[in-house]
Design a protein around this ligand. Sequence first.
Ligand code: FAD
Ligand code: DLZ
Ligand code: SF4
Length: 515
Amino acid sequence: MRVVLGDQCSRGLSALSDLDPAADVVLLAEVEAECTYVRHHKQKIALVLSAMRHFARALAARGVRVEHVRLEDGGNTGTLAGEVERAARRHRPARIVCTHPGEWRVLQDMLGWGALTGLPVEIRDDDRFFCPPDWFRDWAREQEAMGEGGPDAPEQLRLEFFYREMRRATGILMEGDAPAGGRWNFDAENRRRLPARFPVPEPRRFPPDAITREAMETVERRFPGHFGTLDAFGWPATARDARAALDDFVSNRLPRFGHYQDAMAAGEPTLFHGLVSTSLNAGLLSPRECCDAAVEAWKAGSAPLNAVEGFVRQILGWREYVRGIYWLKMPGYAALNALDARRPLPWFYWSGETDMACLRQVVRQTRDLAYAHHIQRLMVTGNFALIAGLDPAQVNEWYMVVFADAYEWVELPNTHGLAIHADGGITGSKPYAASGAYINRMSDYCRLCPYDPKRATGPDACPFNLLYWDFLARHEARFAANPRMEPALENMRRLGPEKLAQVRAQAAAFLDGLD
Ligand code: FAD
Ligand code: DLZ
Ligand code: SF4
């Protein structure tokens, strides 16, 4: 019996590699527990259910015996373990074969399936990634031993070392032993602000077919209280549509992906981003396919190298890096709270009801689209959570809930590590704290806002400024030991004790108002 999880809808899945259609049965189980262990965005559940239903149908069309348990089937126990046990009783297989799950929580469950069923359980590696977790573990140990890219190195450097290894190992964007174009990294060219009235192409969306519509109805019926709306659902739910979405990106947005990778603009939720994470994470696209498509566009002269390298870096670099960190550091990683942050998540993270224009834009688009691009996640919602000292467990839960691409292996290191520094420097030696000046430089949100990003005191002072200085002052002793924080601390000291006290008093009043 082969077990396929909801984010394993890949034809080349290791659990299916030696499938014998005459003898084997494939189990796909839609279960209440996976839909509710966090209150996922409605679009995420609809997408996973639809992907599972399409995948089950495609397997059956190839003559494979599929046991597809639907959420509303009578007798559904509501848990993966319960469904594996029930299916094992029904089919009496000789053994169970599965692929390593994406989340630590599910691995613990899977490790119990043998005792539960009395059958041997083979857990195969998930080879839909470039970098096996063991390889990452060895690499991390080596780095620490050499002191290169070890615990004290800036995160860009640690990522950079890893990314170069991955380039060498895969040959992607390599010309012999050298990086294509003579440079590993084109980041310096990729920080432009979007000019006014700059045309942004609409990404292709996929109107729900009958199977997706049925999944959406199930979600509305079973999970009406979950975050978000389904009205704008347009995610690809099959490998074919996911490939069409990738092609749409490569043709229409990739050429400008590089320059505007860090930009944000009001009313432009996706800009030149790929919108491929939902498909990658559910197994509908492979990372190799994404990188190859981008590199081919560069070779054909239809996308510049700075854009293609930037996109490849996200997938071959960051995506693999955070997965490595997750499996290296779990389960302890989830409980870290290095900055002792304890403030509850403000209600506006759910409602979007705030007069801060940047946060309003990002929360509302997230509610409607189950999507925000990286800089919105990192520098708006993440940055606010960091400098306001929001409780990491609540922040993590929010990030797991609100996005259609959220799975703990990728969400947790991004949130806990990059965004709020709860891991104390495992992923990044310096917190990504920023004042309103950063948001003002990289977006046009501030012109829609009653606050002034240039002011740090007074009734119209930007809350990001109040909280930024307060954050630095709050953690001054800790950050004084970190040379990378020195310029920021120096700027804070330049405010002078009187002004700093005034800013901090206003920050305290603002934070009290949040409660
Ligand atoms: P593009 O900008 O087009 O990038 C291409 C691809 O590169 C993405 O699809 C993704 O697969 C990969 N990628 C880019 N940045 C990262 C990164 N930092 N870590 C891992 N992969 C990356 N990504 C998720 O897939 N799921 C999450 O739950 C998630 N949570 C995040 C939480 C926070 C606080 C932050 C700061 C980032 C998070 N990310 C997450 C990473 C990144 O923001 C998303 O992958 C990206 O926004 C998805 O949109 P896209 O496909 O248009 O990406
Ligand atoms: C995310 C998700 C959801 C919403 N539903 C199911 C489901 O009903 N059945 C299933 O097998 N998987 C589901 N998933 C995906 C799992 O949660 C996923 O395998 C784990 O999060 C590990 O990455
Ligand atoms: Fe956000 Fe401050 Fe700009 Fe308003 S002024 S949009 S709160 S950064």
